[in-house]
Write a protein that binds this ligand. Structure first.
Ligand code: IPM
Ligand code: MG
Length: 362
């Protein structure tokens, strides 16, 4: 039997609830496909601050590094909002991505067929489907650049710096090109090259790399235009590659097209097969502990984990099919529509588990 070690970070807010359902799904997948998982719980975010005083304890990084991959719920909450920046839960999230060298964040935005009518975008625009992959740079740019406070002419001021090196741009753009090669062979590089010097370097670099990928059609788009085009005509996109901050913003937008941010999974990868998998939504403190959160983004993150890090393609596909089947009958509150049965977090997780078919009959 194949066996994998997974670091599991439940985090804050709805994190523990949605991770619990995903672990249930993994266990069933393990049973059906002959894989065993050894889970190593660890702390990050607000719960880590409460327990250890810091958002990312050294022990957590060590456990993650000793594992095959990491499953993460979500971090953050009002309770920790007034702490200084480097002690906030979000610093833990940025810190772990940096510490593990996870520079490539894959955020697929696609519509499961049964959810077409749950998208806020008209069916005429969605057509027969939507499948965009946002490739977000994750360990550089303004989220990691020099920042600070100072005084200018007696007024308090603050600054954050957007900076990219050519090797950083190259490695993320290569991920974009390679992703496009496996899909519809279109790569759109999103920047703000009409204003930002860092974007001009980005554009020069991606243009130079394009000669290595003659089968991929490269286009460019300014980020403001892209935000608009995602709503006007999302089907024009295949793979989008972009900086940390632009990818953060555009992936939230793209997720909504797919019905709910509660549906979007993500994979954060570096060199090799190790990865960190998390839903793109946050810790949703307003609904934490009520058992109503949508666990599907985390469950789909587990499918990505099987796909990208463990190369268990059949098991990954089985989860995706189960999610699709479940959506034909059941909905959590965020994707609820008349005619469907409204269920909570645990019932949704159980329903996915019940629909995971064994390897042979899949
Ligand atoms: C995300 C989140 C994080 C980010 C925050 C919580 C630091 O918005 O994963 O998209 O900006 O990367
Ligand atoms: Mg975000």
């Amino acid at each position: 039997m194949k066996s994998y070690t997974l670091a599991v970070i439940e985090g804050d807010g709805i994190g523990p609830e949605i991770v619990r359902e995903s672990v249930k799904v993994l266990d069933i997948v393990g049973e059906r496909f002959g894989i065993s998982f050894d889970y190593k719980p660890c702390l990050m975010g607000g719960c880590a601050i409460d327990a250890t005083g810091v958002p990312l304890p050294r022990e957590t990084i060590d456990i993650c590094k000793a594992s095959d991959s990491v499953l993460l719920g979500a971090v953050g909450g009002e309770k920790w909002d007034t702490l200084p920046g480097h002690l906030r839960p979000e610093a833990g999230l940025l810190g772990i991505r940096g510490a593990l060298g996870l520079y490539a964040n894959l955020r697929p935005a696609r519509i499961f067929a049964p959810l077409k009518t749950a998208s806020p975008i008209k069916e005429s625009i969605i057509g027969d489907g939507l499948d965009i992959m946002v490739v977000r740079e994750l360990t550089g740019g303004i989220y990691f650049g020099e920042r600070g406070r100072k005084e200018i002419n007696g007024a308090a001021a603050a600054y954050d710096t957007e900076m990219y090196t050519v090797p950083e741009i190259e490695r993320i753009c290569r991920v974009g090109f390679e992703m496009a090669q496996k899909r519809r062979k279109k790569l759109c590089s999103v920047d703000k090259a009409n204003v930002l010097e860092s974007s001009r370097l980005w554009r020069e670099t991606v243009t130079r790399l394009a000669t290595d990928y003659p089968d991929v059609t490269l286009s460019y788009m300014y980020v403001d235009n892209c935000a608009m085009q995602l709503v006007r005509n999302p089907r024009q996109f295949d793979v989008i590659v972009t900086s940390n901050i632009f990818g953060d913003i555009l992936s939230d937008e793209a997720s909504m097209i797919s019905g709910s941010i509660g549906m979007l999974a993500s994979a954060s990868l570096g060199q090799g097969s190790f990865g960190l998998y998390e839903p793109i939504h946050g810790s949703a403190p307003d609904i934490a502990g009520q058992g109503v959160a949508n666990p599907l983004a985390t469950i789909l993150s587990v499918a990505m984990l099987l796909q990208y890090s463990l190369n268990e393609q059949e098991a990954a596909a089985a989860i995706e099919r189960a999610v699709n089947d479940v959506l034909c009958e059941l909905r959590t509150a965020d994707i609820f529509e008349e005619g469907y049965q409204k269920v909570g977090t645990a019932a949704m997780g159980d329903a996915v588990c019940a629909r995971i078919k064994p390897a042979k009959s899949a």
